[in-house]
Design a protein. Sequence first.
Lengths: 70, 243
Amino acid sequence: MNTIVEFLSMGGYGEYIWPAYILSIIFLAWSFVNSFVELRKNKKKLQILDNNNPRRHKPLAFEENQEIDT
Amino acid sequence: MINLHKFANPTRFFQLTSVLLPWIGLTTLILLSYGFWQALFVSPPDYQMGEAVRIMYVHVPAAYMGMMVYGIMAVASAIALIWKHPIADIAAKSSAPIGAGFTFLALVTGMLWGQPMWGTFWVWDARLTSVLILFFIYLGYIGLWVSIEDPSRASKAAAILALVGSVNLPIIHYSVDWWNTLHQPASLLRADGPTIDPGMLPPLISLIIGYTTFYITVLFLRMDKEFISRKIYSLQILRTHQK
């Protein structure tokens, strides 16, 4: 028990070290999860748009392979 | 020389990113796990600052990323502005919030390190001030995208801000040499090589690389999301005109 307390106190600097690490990990985790979820939401939205109005004409220019004019 | 034009094709680009994504994600997970484990449990305390040195392992990678992401954003902005490369534009816009987050993290972890070490959370020295300015430039860049309705006008304005703001990067890097700063001088990116204890290198290097692969992972996700957003926007306009 003592060693756990000792470890957490980090030589007295624990009150600075742990917030730094916790904030960093929260930032990393939240960024990833948020980006992943937003992408999935958008993919779903696009699917709904495509399903509601199925295109009867061929794909438009911006949806097709584009080449840059040099 | 990378053939940029090949990757101007969004469909091809995002096919590539979806293949690469799981691997880059896995690499990130491994590097971050190893890095944090080394940082908290294995690496030695510093002979001067004791355990407080462990904040370095989250502060330095965040600071590097804040600057590296801005550099990438500026280069992507230039490519978008000059060649109207569609992927470059999306890359710049998608990078900004990630870079802003890293910069904010660098500032906060720096404050948490400064208080026990220097006796103060903040000082207006050249390094801290220029990084704070970097953070404000990020916010301004994001603000331009949010506030300008027309995407192509927003893109141009944001690109110009990104390019003008890039003068801040060498200022940040050399600030500890050019001015008398409280922030310590470089101990890693130095002409004669790193000066830190070798036991501190494993967590530092793996977290720097891990943060980089993390950025790439999240960047690909955000770029795909942004590309689909633009598709949705165009389709909605098209559908409105069709009715």
